[in-house]
Design a protein around this ligand. Structure first.
Ligand code: F6R
Length: 239
């Protein structure tokens, strides 16, 4: 495990350099992406570097971690919309090479097919993660089996509360989501988890220094052979 602690701006720049290196060494790399507030600085930096010609996404493929159940990709709170708006529309990636779980087809077969599609693409080279205040990665809430693959989940009240900031009211926050499973994430060759802000400090301490337990989904990363944590000073303040 490697832990990088720096300013919010600097960790975005450092994480972006991982993509520059990977995509220059392996132009057809398979990338696992996340949504939420945390990766916004990284995505802005990737857009800047892509436009400046530091690397190309032309041959890359991406798979997003999760999607809200019930939201079509054109809904402005869907994660497909988020990715298009905050990254894909501004870089040279082929849209038909970007995948986000379906929020409309919620069958277990379709969810399992997402893992199959990742495998068929050669597996994820670099998976990006944020972390929930309760330790969730993707939408794998506490208690999710470490052996899980892509599946439908019921969101916890705390996650719906945390995400309600993007919706007009909590009633509009979907109750379910489709997410890659813990095993899907652990199958990635390399993983980077980013965390920003004081609110993430307690869970970062548990994730990095507590026991590996399904009650803290992100703690499983202690077992990953190639994982880097990019924390700003606030998120690292209890380590
Ligand atoms: C998003 C995702 C979530 C977020 C987490 C942190 O695709 O899978 O696990 O990474 O909820 O969200 P922010 O970054 O908004 O604090």
């Amino acid at each position: 495990m490697k832990i990088i602690i720096d300013s919010e701006k600097r960790i975005a720049e450092l994480a972006a350099q991982r993509y520059v290196k990977l995509l220059n060494e392996k132009p057809a790399a398979v990338l696992g992406y996340a949504t939420g507030s945390t990766p916004l600085g990284l995505y802005a930096e990737l857009i800047r570097l892509n436009k400046a010609g530091a690397f190309s996404y032309a041959q890359a493929t991406s798979f997003n971690l999760d999607e809200y159940a019930g939201l079509d990709g054109s809904h402005d709170q869907s994660y497909r919309y988020f990715m298009n708006h905050n990254l894909f529309d501004h870089v040279d990636i082929r849209k038909d090479h970007t995948f986000v779980p379906s929020g409309l087809d919620l069958s277990p077969e379709t969810a399992a097919a997402y893992d199959k599609a990742i495998e068929a693409a050669g597996g994820i080279d670099l998976q990006l993660l944020g972390i929930g205040n309760n330790g969730h990665i993707g939408f794998n809430e506490p208690g999710t089996p470490f052996g899980s693959i892509t599946h439908l989940v019921e969101l916890t009240e705390s996650t719906r509360q945390a995400n309600s900031r993007f919706f007009a009211s909590i009633d509009e926050v979907p109750t379910h989501a489709v997410t890659m499973g813990i095993r899907t994430v652990m199958n990635a060759k390399s993983v980077i988890l980013m965390a920003i802000g004081k609110a993430k400090a307690p869970i970062m301490k548990e994730t990095l220094q507590g026991p590996v337990t399904e009650n803290v989904p992100a703690s499983v990363l202690q077992l990953h052979p190639d994982v880097e944590f990019y924390l700003d000073y606030d998120a690292a303040s209890l380590l």
